[in-house]
Design a protein around this ligand. Structure first.
Ligand SMILES: NC(=O)c1ccc[n+]([C@@H]2O[C@H](COP(=O)([O-])OP(=O)(O)OC[C@H]3O[C@@H](n4cnc5c(N)ncnc54)[C@H](O)[C@@H]3O)[C@@H](O)[C@H]2O)c1
Ligand SMILES: N[C@H](CO)Cc1c[nH]c[nH+]1
Ligand SMILES: [Zn+2]
Length: 446
């Protein structure tokens, strides 16, 4: 059966109406969100009331695999890891080293400051104790995501690092996932996917421990479930909304159309709800990329999925590079690729992106796997106000303050005056009692 290729027709931004502009930049999954919310809420309730049984039933329904238990013992994980081909192990080792180096460099330092004489303030970092790492596995199994989550959790020394991922048809995980999990010192491995896996991590089941924070990208069920469990009283924290992959490329005449097309296809192939956008002030470049897209798409094993993603993607002719930069800042892509003759002048103007890929020789897939940056990034336009995943996400930040009697002598009246202004007398008294005490008189006269 031949595929009906759905390459987007080029659109000139200046000629597009405001409705067309909004449509060009709208994400594909937003239209189904109401139905999705209800389905995900029902799945979370089921896991809350039935625990492991719900997880096993939903795994059979959505992943087509009947399991006896959601747990894959660490002995079994180690045994499966051994089956990874040497080439795959070497690639994981190299990626691990780069990711580890880049994340080690992000180690936070405590802050200690005397804000005024006798008033000492500290900011400290404590690793999260129990973290849950969701590894997507619906349409592609992603050992690279094990590294992106497992390496920072390992560096932070989170004491419990549990991983969950949809099982393969054998009711296990792939050798590459197991090898990466062992390398990152994951402490527990479980089988499950989608909203039910997120619910199990959040609420705990007979087999799966409840965690303090859930990390990991995923499809719209996963993303929605993370949002919902984080809003429950006592629910876990979550990392960031990392949903269907996106790439926006800004290319000028110096770009290589085949490189641009390959990058666009690399993100479109993730899923039908992925989205890719090309912005260029060159009509000739857009035409050449379109041609390269058609040529390369036909040769992809995942052409069907990729083609579906292209249906909600766009090729946009801009007036100039400044207009392309402004559109990118509005769209706030997960990945932004600059394939320009000179990227430097534009970089300071581009901050609303999860990760930026600079120049003709920086393929987006470099960041997906092995440059060292994290590939868990905000999607849906959340690059406007969410950060990309990093080591700091595996810590809690908290503060400590110590005030000496001399410090309180100087600062006390400020606190008293502010408490009086807010009419909070107990606050005020907590200071005035101390200032008036004989103990304070004695201690300040020492
Ligand atoms: N933003 C990022 O940082 C980042 C990184 C890697 C991957 N991704 C994205 O993650 C996504 C991975 O998605 P995926 O689907 O391949 O794997 P996934 O593991 O996220 O989802 C698979 C699970 O979805 C559930 N599911 C499937 N159909 C369902 C249905 N009809 N009802 C209820 N549940 C259902 C199943 O339980 C299945 O196990 C892709 O969109 C990819 O682009 C994003
Ligand atoms: N591009 C994905 C993030 O959107 C990450 C990934 C993993 N493997 C390949 N790609
Ligand atoms: Zn990718």
């Amino acid at each position: 059966m031949s595929m009906n290729i759905q390459l987007p027709a080029p659109v000139t931004w200046q000629e597009a109406s405001s409705e067309t502009r909004a449509k060009l930049l709208s994400r594909p999954v937003q239209a189904v969100s109401a139905a999705l919310r209800e389905q995900v809420a029902a799945i979370i309730d089921k896991v809350a009331s039935e625990g492991d049984a719900a997880l096993l039933e939903l795994t059979a329904r959505f992943d087509g695999v009947r399991l006896q238990s959601p747990e894959l013992s660490m002995d079994k994980v180690a045994e499966i890891a051994e089956q990874a081909p040497a080439r795959v192990k070497a690639a994981i080792d190299q990626a691990y080293n780069n990711i580890r180096a880049f994340h080690l460099a992000q180690k936070p330092s405590d802050v200690a400051l005397e804000t005024m004489p006798g008033v000492y303030c500290e900011q400290k970092f404590a690793a999260l104790a129990r973290v849950g790492l969701y590894i997507p596995g619906g349409s592609a199994s992603l050992p690279s995501t094990v590294l992106m989550l497992g390496v920072p959790a390992q560096i932070a020394e989170c004491s419990e690092r549990v991983l969950i991922s949809p099982p393969n048809p054998q009711g296990e995980l792939t050798p590459a996932i197991c090898y990466a999990a062992i390398k990152c010192g994951v402490t527990g491995v479980y089988l499950g996917g989608g909203a039910q896996a997120v619910a199990a991590l959040a609420l705990g089941t007979e087999s799966i421990p409840a965690v303090d924070k859930i990390f990991g990208p995923g499809n719209s069920y996963v993303t929605e479930a993370k949002q919902q469990v984080s809003q429950r009283a006592g629910g876990p924290a979550i990392d960031l909304p990392a949903g269907p992959s996106e790439l926006l490329v800004i290319a000028d005449d110096s770009a290589e159309p085949a490189f641009v097309a390959a990058d666009l296809l690399s993100q479109a192939e993730h899923g039908p709800d992925s989205q890719v956008i090309l912005l260029s002030p060159s009509a000739a470049m857009i035409a050449a990329v379109r041609e390269a897209l058609a040529k390369q798409l036909a040769t992809l094993p995942r052409a069907e999925i990729t083609n579906q993603a292209l249906a909600s993607s766009s090729l946009i002719l801009t007036q100039d590079l400044a207009e392309a930069v402004a559109i990118s800042e509005t769209y706030a892509p997960e990945h932004l690729s600059l394939q320009l003759d000179d990227c430097e002048p534009w970089l300071p103007k581009l901050t609303r992106a999860g990760s930026i890929f600079v120049g003709h020789y920086t393929p987006e897939s470099g960041g997906d796997y092995a440059t060292g940056t994290n590939h868990v990034l905000p999607t849906y336009g959340f690059a406007r106000n969410y950060s990309s995943l990093g080591l700091l996400d595996f810590y809690r930040r908290y503060t400590v303050q110590t005030v000496s009697p001399e410090g309180l002598a100087d600062l006390g009246n400020t606190i008293v005056d502010l408490a009086a202004e807010e009419a909070l007398d107990a606050h005020l008294r907590a200071v005035s009692l101390r200032l008036e005490s004989t103990r304070f008189q004695r201690d300040t006269q020492k």
